[in-house]
Design a binder for this molecule. Structure first.
Ligand SMILES: [Fe+2]
Length: 387
């Protein structure tokens, strides 16, 4: 190697190192700016809800907020932060969302295992025989024409609504991307409807009839955590359910899709890729239904060629005891971040309410620590251990 080559290499190496330092400094600056603007917004939100504390930064403010143990106040403040339109440019918003997702997936996986084990014991099923959904990914069937017509009639009477980012219940996961073009397209590829009491009652009747079969196919009890009546439009947008995808719910989640009109390549349908690699395509008269593991089975909607294709989507989460009560948690609701069994028996530290608040604290702490889990692994009860 000549001296000239050696010198060139050294200069390049120094250049790369300096560039690396530059990138790190830029990231540190971005984080500081993000923290400053988040602190300002958070201070404003707290003030709006009547809470003021003299503290130097977001961590101090959130610690003071959680110290109040005022669940209503904490919920209102955290709920205001979960606004995709207002905060989608903030790293803290995304880190907080991602941290909750990780804790959520872990909690639901363990809870699902518990529900499956409870179901297997109660129904004396052999542990070596997997339930149908675990073997194939889905089950399907068809409702009577009478039921289908009744559902369709009520469906058409339900009020049309638009897909709005803040339409979800407290402590529920929501779609964090509903802003800008994404929101626009969500309102283009489908028409959404509010669930009337009448349609909820009809769906409950269907579920009550199907309950033993649904439980056996899933291998666990279930509760209804969402219902969405909507119709897919004859339109191909750049995003949407017509792309092959898996949903982002916890692995134990299931969806029941009830097709209210004829399904075919022309009138629109859905393709599901079963675990054996074979694609199941829904087809036939109105009333077809598919129960499937929506985050583990790849699927895509085939938009209709001319007329909208109406459907009712019911979302289930595993439960120790089945409850077919139909609850509509809002058009942008996903699922409860954390399993919340009834709290009649457990109170105090491990009550559902306290557990959920602790999970939210930990998620927010992770977000403020740039996702550095090392900083939150000890003193887990103390949200901000350095204060
Ligand atoms: Fe999907």
């Amino acid at each position: 190697m000549t001296i000239r080559h050696f010198a060139t290499r050294v200069v390049r190496k120094i250049g790369r190192t300096l560039m690396g330092v530059g990138v790190n400094l830029q990231a540190a600056n971005d984080n500081r700016n993000d923290e400053r603007s988040f602190f300002q917004e958070l201070t404003e939100i707290c003030k709006q809800h009547g809470f003021v504390a003299v503290v130097p930064d977001s961590k101090g403010l959130l610690k003071a907020l959680f110290d109040t143990a005022d669940i209503k106040l904490i919920t209102k403040v955290l709920r205001t932060i979960d606004d995709p339109v207002r905060f989608n440019g903030s790293r803290i918003y995304w880190d907080y969302f991602n941290a909750r997702s990780l804790l959520s997936y872990a909690s639901w996986d363990i809870f699902t295992a518990h529900c499956m084990s409870r179901y297997a014991q109660e129904h004396a099923t052999s542990p070596s025989v997997l339930p149908l959904i675990e073997r194939t990914g889905l089950s399907h069937g068809v409702l009577s024409e009478e039921r289908t017509n009744a559902l369709l009639e009520e469906y058409l009477a339900c009020e049309r609504i638009s897909y709005e980012p803040m339409e979800y219940s407290d402590y529920f996961m929501f779609n964090p991307w509903i802003f800008g073009d994404c929101k626009k397209e969500f309102n283009q590829f489908a028409v959404y409807r509010a669930s009337s009491d009448r349609i909820k009652a009809l769906i409950k009747e269907v579920l009550d009839e199907m309950q033993p079969m649904l439980e056996a196919d899933m291998g666990h009890g279930f509760s209804v955590i969402g219902v969405k009546p909507f119709e897919l439009c004859p339109l191909h947008t750049s995003i949407g359910p017509h792309m092959w995808h898996k949903d982002s719910h916890p692995a134990g989640c299931k969806k029941l899709m009830i097709y209210l009109s004829e399904t075919s390549a022309e009138s629109g349908t859905t393709e599901y890729e079963q675990y054996d690699g074979i694609t199941y395509t829904v087809g036939g008269r109105g009333g077809q239904w598919v129960l499937f593991s929506n985050s583990r089975v790849k699927h895509r909607g085939i938009p209709p060629e001319s007329k909208n294709r109406p459907i009712i989507e019911v979302t289930f989460m595993p439960a120790l005891i089945t409850d077919t009560t139909i609850v509509d948690n809002g058009i942008n609701s996903g699922y409860p971040w954390f399993p919340m069994p009834d709290d009649d028996v457990v109170t105090g530290y491990f009550s559902a309410q306290e557990t959920v608040m602790r999970m939210l604290q930990r998620s927010m702490q992770l977000a403020l620590e740039n996702g550095n889990t090392g900083n939150v692994s000890d003193g887990i009860d103390n949200m901000i251990k350095r204060y």
